[in-house]
Ligand binder design. Structure first.
Ligand code: KIV
Ligand code: NA
Length: 266
């Protein structure tokens, strides 16, 4: 299958079609998602939560992100692999953003990066794009700013709508090929999508965006943690895995595993 490229995503927007993105952090899930037809795999800094067990996305390092990105790139035959710029790795200057994005592409084999930030980061986007890095702008609720934003809450209500639209346009005009909106009222996301030429991706942003994204452990029910209201749970892997492992444990302590069929003969 040929690789999903920027123009395929732009075509989807232009033709009123949709595409799906899922997070991935390792090769095996990347292979499964890729084979299932998912167009974009996001090596999200949500790995801080879902893989490393931190309370927020802030502690994950660029080196850790590069390791996860390499693994996902090894499993993605068709999907576009997008890596997050982690907290602290891009804010200081456009040059810092370029250096970080280049490492994610050169060492991590990402095809594109995603950056959280408002119009104030337009220069960062421009510098990365100039360096040959495709960039997704992430607006609305941006988890790296959790403490500044006062916790996980819906963004872009009331007076904030116009500003959010300006942010989206500024990032697009700086060269972002896509805008991701997180936890934004659906009518606001629809309005921003309509104002933009580039495709949009939503999470908790309703059904008007070009694409959708979810964290895979949330949508497959692996996490024990409470999932946000915008997550649809497509499976209960926590139960599936828990039951299988309990059965294995039972078999081992009872002596029924390994039975003859799993033994080597002389
Ligand atoms: O890190 C992540 O998983 C994300 C998505 C939730 C958009 O940024
Ligand atoms: Na993220």
């Amino acid at each position: 299958p040929s690789r999903i490229r920027l123009h395929h995503l732009q075509q989807a927007k232009d033709n009123g079609e949709k595409f799906a993105m899922l997070t991935a952090y390792d090769v095996m899930m990347a292979e499964i998602f890729d084979s299932a037809g998912i167009e974009m795999l996001l090596v999200g800094d949500s790995a801080a939560n879902t893989v490393l067990g931190y309370e927020s996305t802030l502690p994950i390092t660029l080196d850790e992100m590069i390791t996860f990105t390499k693994a996902v790139a090894n499993g993605a035959k068709r999907a576009m692999v997008v890596a997050d710029l982690p907290f602290g790795s891009y804010e200081q200057s456009p040059a810092q953003a370029v250096a970080t994005a280049v490492r994610l592409m050169k060492e991590g084999h990402a095809h594109a990066v995603k950056m959280e930030g408002t119009a104030q980061y337009a220069e960062h986007v421009q510098a990365m794009v100039l360096a040959g890095v495709p960039v997704i702008g992430h607006i609305g609720f941006t988890p790296q700013s959790e403490h500044a934003l006062g916790g996980y809450r819906v963004q872009g209500r009331g007076d904030a709508v116009q500003q959010m639209k300006e942010d989206a346009l500024a990032l697009q005009n700086a060269g972002a090929f896509c805008i991701l909106m997180e936890m934004v009222p659906s009518p606001v996301a629809a309005e921003i999508d309509a104002a933009l030429a580039v495709p949009t991706i939503g999470i908790g942003a309703g059904n008007s965006t070009t694409g959708q994204v979810l964290v895979w452990q949330d949508m497959l029910g692996l996490g024990g943690r409470r999932t946000p209201r915008f997550v649809k749970k497509y499976a209960d892997l926590r139960e599936v895995v828990g039951n299988a492992v309990r059965e294995y444990h039972q078999d081992v302590v009872s002596g029924s595993f390994p039975s003859a069929e799993y033994e080597f003969k002389e």
